[in-house]
Write a protein that binds this ligand. Structure first.
Ligand code: COA
Length: 261
């Protein structure tokens, strides 16, 4: 268990859990939280021990209410603007993470909070959660990838409807429009996400990474290039010891023992 100021980080059985931890302000994201998330995901880039990552919010009411609005009160001077442009966007580090990332959405996921969930690979929301890109209400637009990742999930019309109105979408509607993969009873998002993470973490390590790479990178490519990427990665997997182990275990009717080689 590592302790930061604005997040908590723990690893159990190859599953890392990152908890956004500012419950007094619905886990709103301040500079400290963004810096810590960047460091945390940068650490995960080279961490072979962690196979799956779960992200959730502390407390019972919020995943994250987005950017800390207290930091908005002063207009942004040009120097800070230039610094911000240089800043590493932690959600782009998430895009490079080889591990699957599951969002356990335990309440409000608004603004940058929803953008964090959008940068995850799989989203599980609990009943009672409300999701929205509410920036327009503050005279800004989503700046953490929301204008790009939301339409890729729910389509142009629904994304624009959400972004232009700042409306909060309840969990059942989020499921219907493909914004989340699953809705679970109130209080159970983290449990469901952890169970899913454990199931995934039990699969062969190199196959897991290549499966994510093929889907995530492939989505950005023309189909022919994506098929080529899939072909290359699946051919590479045929060279692994785990592939032989998988076949042997099946034939010998026993559980496989993966080595990650
Ligand atoms: N930034 C800073 N503080 C925030 C915050 C944010 N994004 N969201 C909530 N808080 C603070 C509130 O100011 C309040 O602090 P206080 O107790 O010192 O007054 C505390 O968190 C609890 O929030 P409150 O608004 O009283 O809770 P609620 O249950 O009535 O409403 C929300 C919850 C999430 C609907 C509401 O807080 C909200 O709309 N937050 C802003 C969301 C947003 O627009 N995010 C996008 C930013 S770009």
């Amino acid at each position: 268990m590592s302790s930061y100021e604005a997040i908590r980080y723990a690893v159990t059985d190859h599953v890392a859990t990152i908890t956004l931890h500012r419950p007094d302000v619905h886990n709103a994201m301040n500079h400290v939280m963004r810096r810590e998330l960047t460091g945390c995901f940068e650490g995960l880039l080279g961490d072979d021990d962690v196979k799956v990552v779960v992200v959730t919010g502390a407390g019972e009411r919020a995943f994250s209410a987005g950017a800390d609005i207290r930091e908005f009160v002063e207009p942004l001077p040009a120097v800070r603007f230039r610094e911000q442009r240089r800043r590493v966007e932690f959600r782009q580090v998430m895009d490079r993470c080889p591990q699957p990332i599951i969002a356990a959405i335990n309440g409000f996921a608004l603004g940058g909070g929803l953008e964090l969930a959008l940068a995850c690979d799989i989203r599980i929301a609990e009943a009672g959660a409300a999701l929205g890109l509410t920036e327009i209400n503050l005279a800004i637009i989503p700046g953490g990838g929301g204008t790009q990742r939301l339409p890729r999930l729910v389509g142009r019309g629904k994304a624009l409807e959400m972004i232009l109105t700042g409306a909060r979408v309840p969990a059942d509607e989020a499921l219907r429009i493909g914004l989340v993969e699953r809705v679970v009873p109130a209080g159970e998002a983290l449990k469901a996400a952890t169970e899913l993470a454990r199931t995934i973490a039990g699969k062969a390590p190199v196959a897991l990474r290549y499966a994510k790479e093929a889907v995530v990178k492939g989505l950005e490519l023309p189909l022919a290039d994506g098929l080529r990427l899939e072909g290359d990665l699946s051919t590479l997997l045929r060279t692994t010891e785990d592939r032989v182990e998988g076949a042997r275990a099946f034939l010998e009717k026993r559980a496989p023992r993966w080595t990650g080689r």
